[in-house]
Unconditional design. Structure first.
Length: 248
């Protein structure tokens, strides 16, 4: 999949590339070994989610790699950057991540944490557009966040449920929104796991060991365009079949 990224970058000419990478290490957490090739391929920053810290051996790495943005509504002691400002010439872009609360592990209220962040950092970050990776299970919570952040952020991009949704839009105040960007990985699977394993589990109700699938590779993403004022004027869904994805 990484071999396709430079060509796609040359085609789309983005100023910045952001990727959620919480499942990078065989579907659970990330490691230096799995993240380094992604950064080398042109990804500028990665966001996390509730699985970001699943690889205990990588916790020390997460403390020092500044290009990993953790959910802001997790405890301050959890490894990862609370936010990041990307720069490309005169272009600046802020990156935030928040986790939802519905059907998710315990975390602080994402709405109040976002409001506090914007209020306390207003003078420091004035004029810098922010993109939020909202990592949540509930579609209603994601939709509510879209309305809550409308006019405050450049984009609210949902992640976590792995299935790309078809509801991309520009909300009032120039905020791009989509309920879920979708998964980059094996789509000949059940959200990344070998489909035979999940089907057997659902048929028998017996526990089974999960194994990642490597069939039907596809990149899901969105392409955002912001105006000179940092307002979103375009959001386009991308569903790009990769080498090895012919059976999708």
């Amino acid at each position: 999949m990484l071999s396709s990224l430079p060509a796609l970058k040359s085609e789309l000419l983005p100023d910045f590339i952001i990727a959620n990478a919480e499942n990078l290490a065989d579907g659970k957490g990330l490691t230096e070994k799995t993240l380094h090739p992604l950064l080398q391929a042109g990804v500028d920053v990665v966001t996390g989610g509730n699985h970001l810290w699943d690889r205990v051996g990588s916790l020390e790495y997460l403390k020092h790699e500044t290009r990993i943005v953790k959910p802001l509504n997790y405890p301050s002691v959890t490894p990862g950057s609370p936010f990041l400002i990307l720069e490309n010439g005169s272009q600046k872009l802020g990156v935030l991540c928040l986790c939802g609360q519905i059907y998710m592990p315990p975390c602080n209220n994402p709405f109040t944490i976002l409001q506090e962040f914007l209020e306390t950092r207003q003078a420091e970050l004035d004029g810098i557009p922010f993109i939020l990776d909202f990592h949540a299970e509930s579609t209603s919570e994601k939709r509510a966040m879209g309305w809550f952040a409308a006019g405050k952020l450049a984009a609210v991009l949902g992640t976590h449920t792995h299935i790309q949704t078809a509801d991309e839009e520009i909300m009032p105040g120039g905020t791009a929104y989509i309920t879920d960007v979708g998964m980059t990985g094996s789509h000949d699977s059940v959200i990344g796991v070998r489909k035979e394993i999940i089907i057997e589990k659902m048929v028998s109700s017996l526990p089974n060991r999960y194994e990642s699938s490597d069939q039907g590779l596809m990149l899901n993403a969105v392409l955002l365009e912001l105006d000179d004022n940092g307002l979103a004027i375009k959001i386009e869904r991308i569903r790009h079949r990769l080498p090895g994805g012919e059976n999708v």
